[in-house]
Design a protein around this ligand. Structure first.
Ligand code: MBD
Ligand code: FE
Length: 309
């Protein structure tokens, strides 16, 4: 062939019609994006000489991925969610709005409207005999002043790496709480030390990762949304030092500034002060929130989540 297939007049015409370029209605930006997507798929099929069998295998894969509600999990595992973070970081740098605690991916396992309390919350229902964890810290503004009344929305896995709601063996909102910071900008929770997450071994995400020769594991981590009026909404996580996957996270969420060091506390006086039965692990993490550029206080982007009703 002297002429590349994607330059073929019939293909050009086909993609223009299928993307709606020759139709009146619809959305022009969406048409352009679909045109690019379809052109790229055709080019990929040509370049790699994708067989019809391979093509229909991919289509069936999408059916399975949707059926298992793993599309957002795959987006994390392929690094696309982290890529969006890199773009947000770059945009903030370019606009001179960078600063504060770094963002990192939300992941696919958030559930909205966890119980809200003032200053302190007990996050675990007691069903998991994990290592007791005292997680606490302070929320500050860009000048280092404590932010009272900030909402710290926390979610994490149990000792098996599973999250309530998605794991139906756990009680509703287990290991999910929202805490409002006190007058000194402080939050504190009693919980259990989480274990790292692993993709469902029989699921489509892990199947794809296997074919890439990759694992589907994350280090032990704790998720946060931190928000306060007039400040940028922060989506972040802390990853716990000492975990073998700390720098080998399949979802690329670890950042140097977001590593927390769990500390063993054996002093009975401290345990008593915290109303804990005894020895426990303390995790301390402070947040720095920067002002928002727009007047909206809730400027968090709505994202794809597993259907939760
Ligand atoms: C998780 O717990 C998680 O945080 C991400 C990003 C992906 C899968 C499971
Ligand atoms: Fe997670």
């Amino acid at each position: 062939m002297s002429i590349s297939f994607d330059q073929h007049q019939d293909v050009i015409k086909l993609l223009e019609i299928s993307s709606g370029f020759t139709s009146e209605g619809g959305d022009l930006r969406f048409k352009k994006i679909m045109h690019q997507l379809l052109s790229d798929i055709c080019l990929l099929i040509e370049r790699h000489d994708v067989t019809p069998e391979e093509f229909w295998q991919a289509v069936n894969y999408l059916h399975t991925l949707g059926g298992r509600q793993e599309a957002a999990l795959l987006a994390a595992g392929l690094g696309l969610e982290h890529y969006l973070d890199l773009r947000d970081d770059e945009r903030e740098r370019a606009q001179g709005l960078a600063g504060g605690t770094p963002r990192t991916i939300e992941g696919p396992l958030y559930v909205a409207n966890a119980p809200l309390s003032e200053g302190f919350a007990h996050m675990d229902d007691g069903a998991d005999a994990g290592e007791p964890m005292w997680l606490h810290g302070q929320v500050k503004d860009a000048d280092g002043r404590p932010l009272a009344g900030a909402v710290v929305d926390i979610w994490h896995a149990n000792t098996l790496g599973n999250y309530s709601f998605f794991d139906k063996s756990q009680s509703d909102f287990n290991l999910r709480r929202r805490v409002k910071t006190d007058v000194n900008g402080r939050y504190a929770v009693r919980s259990i030390l989480p274990s790292g997450y692993g993709c469902p071994p029989d699921g489509p995400t892990q199947a794809l990762l296997n074919r890439l020769g990759r694992h589907g594991n994350r280090p032990a981590h704790i998720h946060f949304f931190v928000s306060a009026p007039g400040h940028k909404h922060l989506t972040t996580q802390i990853n716990l030092s000492g975990d073998r996957y700390l720098w080998d996270d399949f979802a690329f969420a670890t950042r140097h500034e977001l590593i927390a060091d769990p500390v063993k506390v054996t002093d009975p006086a401290i345990a008593a002060q915290r109303d804990l039965p005894g020895a426990h692990t303390e995790v301390t993490f402070d947040f720095s929130l920067y002002p928002t550029a727009d007047s909206e206080e809730q400027n968090r982007i709505k994202r794809a989540r597993a259907l939760q009703n």
